[in-house]
Write a protein that binds this ligand. Structure first.
Ligand code: GAR
Length: 188
């Protein structure tokens, strides 16, 4: 059974989609660890519901990124994690984690990359007046939302309500993330 780690900072709907797919056998994998950098985040409760072990940390309690990433790497190694899935983890991954898990970290982003990198991608796209939105899953490297693209899905939207775009996009995210993880695990 392949081992996944999911990293999240917020609500955790993508975490839940992945954990559910593992539980019901859609994904031939186990979420071995959920890593969260926000001690009050809703995703922590979701992890508990699914019986997934968590590592929740407050970055301010560490000397810096290298220090907390060294702790993350230690825990990933301990679990024997095969693939790290960033799902709304709102931190730039640093050298310590990138070097240790080179070629094993993927991210989901709510835009058609390379457009609208970084935070508030949907709001940026609405502000720009785009008519075709989308979701991207990509390998993670040292550039912000910059790694090679693995999967993308586009959808048309003519309105100007970011909440509506988020709602449409999230349904797509949940399906596309599970499909993409499945494909990557089969290739490994
Ligand atoms: C998702 O929409 C994901 O695409 C986005 O955060 C949301 C997390 O939602 N990620 C980024 O913006 C990364 N730059 P969730 O906590 O409900 O899964």
């Amino acid at each position: 059974m392949k081992k996944l780690a999911v990293f999240a900072s917020g609500t955790g709907t993508n975490f839940e989609a992945i954990a559910r797919a593992c539980k019901n056998g859609t994904l031939p994998a186990e979420v071995a660890l959920m890593v969260c950098d926000k001690p009050g985040a809703a995703v922590i409760g979701r992890a508990r519901e699914y019986g997934v072990e968590t590592f929740v940390f407050n970055p301010k309690e560490y000397e810096g990124k290298a220090a907390y990433e060294a702790e993350i790497v230690r825990r990933l190694d301990e679990k024997g994690v095969d693939l790290v899935c960033l799902a709304g983890y709102m931190r730039i991954v640093g050298d310590t984690l990138l070097k240790a898990y080179d070629g094993k970290i993927i991210n989901i982003h709510p835009s058609l990359l390379p457009a609208f990198r970084g935070a508030n991608a949907v709001e940026q796209a609405v502000e720009y007046g785009v008519k075709v939105y989308g979701i991207t899953i990509h390998w993670v490297n040292a550039d912000l939302d910059g790694g090679r693209i693995i999967a993308q899905r586009a959808f048309p939207y003519e309105g100007s309500d970011p909440a509506e775009v988020h709602a449409i996009g999230q349904k797509i995210e949940h399906e596309l993330y599970v499909q993409t993880i499945n494909k990557l695990l089969c290739e490994r």
